[in-house]
Write a protein that binds this ligand. Structure first.
Ligand code: NDP
Length: 291
């Protein structure tokens, strides 16, 4: 069998185009443009790229972005003071603190400082806590896990009662994805670096989400025929044939797994583009909630 591709680029484009229309309608209705503040501390080049692409995406959707850069020497108090200032600023509907913060800063304390109504990254402990509790609704769902769920929805498969296996238990991907799958009534197994006999666990999965950051670790013979595979991993592997000297691969051996699975996300072009689309969605939601 050759799996059907789940096209994250197309899906993200559709979502972003809908958001653009909704933002235009919102502004035409006499409301101010939604605003996203980005907080970047230090000079991590990857973080700079991520923040720039988020700001560019905001611009394309008609969302105002306000960039705040603090030096890597910024103190805990300075970062928290900036977050408090943004909490109080009515132009700012969403606050995104780009992670990771430089060593020495307490990430959890900074995230806790963000007003829950502006927590468009969905990492405030209250939002995550609500995600974990039955009958409670988080105000925002973390963007990458949210994107995974939208891609699963694209396949039309029924999650209720499905056996789902999530590889990885990080705060930003694995754990929130697992919580979302439980909310969708899947039966969820969470795997991590101490899991024994990973292939045996994976081969039970109707739905597999891989978020471990290990290049092509999931092999074709691990996967149940007909499974839906969402590959969150983004890994660089050396490739002399590329001008950059490397190429990007996922946590799943795509060429092998596509012969077994029913649906699969490519890397790049799967989950990656969804993260920004969901951030824009959350920012628009924050603006509408603020009225
Ligand atoms: P982390 O490093 O924070 O977490 C990795 C998780 O994988 C941990 O729970 C770890 O277990 C588990 N793990 C590591 N090695 C193994 C192994 N050999 N077997 C089983 N489990 C293992 O990574 P993130 O969650 O931040 O990211 C995961 C991947 O997703 C990365 O490739 C990252 O680049 C990508 N990513 C993509 C995004 C996007 O598309 N927009 C956004 C965010 C991340 P333990 O807890 O025991 O240490």
């Amino acid at each position: 069998m050759t799996a059907q591709l789940i096209d994250g680029v197309k899906t993200a484009e559709r979502i972003r185009s809908n958001i653009k229309d909704e933002v235009a309608e919102w502004i035409a209705g006499g409301n101010p443009a939604p605003g996203l503040a980005t907080v970047l501390v230090g000079e991590n080049p990857a973080s700079q790229v991520y923040v720039r692409s988020k700001q560019k995406a905001c611009g394309e959707a008609g969302i105002e972005s306000y960039g705040f850069n603090l030096p890597g020497t910024a103190t805990q108090e300075e970062v928290e003071a900036l977050v408090r200032q943004l909490n109080a600023d009515p132009k700012v509907n969403g606050i995104l603190v780009q992670l990771p913060l430089p060593a020495g800063l307490d990430e959890e304390k900074v995230l806790r400082e963000i007003k829950i109504e502006k927590d468009v990254d969905g990492f405030h402990p209250l939002n995550i806590g609500r995600l974990a509790q039955k009958g409670r609704e988080p105000l925002f769902i973390p963007c990458t896990p949210y994107g995974c769920m939208v891609l699963l929805e694209e396949t039309g498969i029924k999650l209720s009662g499905a056996k789902a296996v999530v590889l990885g238990r990080s705060n930003i991907v694995g754990m929130p994805v697992a919580l979302l799958l439980v909310r969708a009534d899947a039966t969820v197994t969470i795997c991590h670096s101490r899991t024994k006999d990973l292939p045996a666990v994976v081969c039970e999965a109707d739905v597999l989400v891989a978020a471990i950051g290990k290049a092509e670790m999931v092999r074709g013979d691990w996967v149940k025929p007909g499974a839906v595979v969402i590959d969150v991993g983004i890994n660089r592997v050396e490739d002399a044939s590329k001008t950059k000297g490397y190429r990007l691969v996922g946590d799943v051996a795509f060429d092998e797994v596509k012969e077994v699975a029913a649906f699969i996300t490519p890397v790049p072009g799967g989950v990656g583009p969804m993260t920004i689309a969901m951030l824009l969605q959350n920012t628009l939601r924050a603006a509408k909630m603020s009225k």
